[in-house]
Design a protein around this ligand. Structure first.
Ligand SMILES: [Zn+2]
Length: 257
């Protein structure tokens, strides 16, 4: 009870934009501070810093107004500024582990079909689907979104084959995931299988790998072509500090050949 009250109070205080230019790209509200994830980067395993891991901005995570998280805000900006969002009308979209605010925005863009799915659906509008064995026909989607999903999947190759299978030729896949700028090879090991081991090696209890810079090779060998763009390339006018996003996180956009 007291804990809930304190969390609510912190959220209300964080909304006050005095001396701050921060703004949430999704709800458009000004605010004083984005709230950290689990206390922020001080509590992130030191190995993630050493390996120059690019993922969530845990110090500027949650919007105190709409609760969107940094990866959701960043993906929204990437989709908007690349033109993908404004070109969704009549398209068929498959969205894994859908983020609430982003899902509402996509719905309003009038796609011909919009299927939200998850391995553990949390509500009735979300379909059960295993990304490594999808219950959808071949070439049935124009866009597939998996925002920070593949680091949780035990067989990434199988997931990537399935992603390619359900996309039509010329369809796009958005595959955001944490990765290390230091590792030349993706790091995974079935021996690392407890929550504590995964937390210290991959950065979170439910991550099963840490992608390295071979991520591009891994993604493209299944028949996807990289259209990856950097924050500075596509979002140079959006200050990461003001918008609470990680400017080191690229837009992992691919197209099916
Ligand atoms: Zn917001």
């Amino acid at each position: 009870m007291i804990r809930k009250f304190i969390i609510k109070l912190i959220r209300v205080i964080a909304r006050v934009p005095i001396g701050s230019h921060r703004v949430c790209a999704i709800c458009n509200k000004r605010l004083g501070k984005f709230l950290p994830f689990r206390g922020g980067s001080y509590w992130t395993p030191k190995l993630m810093h050493v390996l120059e891991c690019v993922g969530s901005d845990v110090d500027n995570f949650s919007c105190p107004w709409c609760k969107s998280h940094d990866r959701e805000r960043h993906l929204y900006l990437y989709m908007r500024e690349s033109g993908i969002l404004h070109n969704l009308e009549g398209k068929r979209v498959l969205h894994f582990a859908p983020e609430l605010q982003l899902a509402n925005i996509i719905q309003k863009a009038n796609p011909a079909a919009y299927i939200q799915c998850d391995l553990h659906p949390a509500s009735s509008n979300i379909t059960f689907a295993d990304i490594t064995c999808m219950p959808f026909p071949d070439e049935s989607f124009d866009l597939l979104i998996a925002n920070h999903v593949l680091e949780h999947v035990s067989n990434a190759d199988k997931a990537l084959s399935e992603i390619v299978r359900v996309l039509r030729a010329g369809g796009n896949a958005i595959l955001q995931t944490p990765f290390s700028k230091v590792l030349t090879k993706t790091w995974e090991d079935p021996g690392i299988n407890t929550e504590i081991q995964r937390f210290y090696t991959f950065g979170q209890e439910d991550h099963v790998r840490l992608f390295g810079i071979d991520i591009f090779e891994t993604f493209t060998k299944h028949g996807l072509k990289s259209l990856v763009r950097s924050h500075d390339d596509l979002l140079s006018k959006f200050s990461s500090k003001i918008y609470g996003v990680n400017s080191h996180e690229p837009f992992f956009l691919f197209v099916k050949l």
